[in-house]
Design a protein around this ligand. Structure first.
Ligand code: 5GP
Ligand code: ZN
Length: 113
């Protein structure tokens, strides 16, 4: 998607602080971190949101969680703990319509609500 900010980050048009990448996935630090560790894990393939997922995307989306597990370990978060979030549409506060998994940690996180 030519006007998608995360597609531009993936292809290097917009700079980012890379944390991890493989064939399917790119992970980078959030520009406005909400916790000491705040990393966004995205599929290189453009998918708007969970609402736009199909069965064909199950493997690539599942892979985001396995990558998150590895990054959490690298960041020293496995034992203290961390939170994984995917926002979908307005009520959840989704602002970028390229599906992404937030990895948050490094402090006590407040209860969800
Ligand atoms: P959402 O609210 O859609 O779940 O999350 C979008 C996230 O992307 C936000 O946490 C926001 O700070 C982050 N973000 C937006 N634009 C950029 C950018 O250009 N670079 C980086 N690294 N993060 C961004
Ligand atoms: Zn995109």
């Amino acid at each position: 998607m030519s006007d998608c900010i995360f597609c531009k980050i993936i292809n290097g048009e917009i700079p980012s602080t890379s944390v991890f990448q493989d064939e399917q996935t790119y992970a980078f630090r959030d520009i406005a971190p909400a916790a000491p560790t705040h990393i966004l894990i995205v599929p290189k393939q453009h998918i708007d949101s969970v609402n736009a997922m199909t069965e064909a995307d199950e493997q690539v989306i599942g892979h985001l969680f396995n990558v998150a597990r590895q990054i959490a370990a690298q960041e020293g978060l496995s034992e203290p703990g961390y939170r994984l979030i995917i926002n979908t549409n307005a009520n959840a506060g989704q602002t970028v319509f390229h599906i992404h998994l937030h990895l948050l940690g490094g402090r006590q996180l407040k209860a969800m609500g």
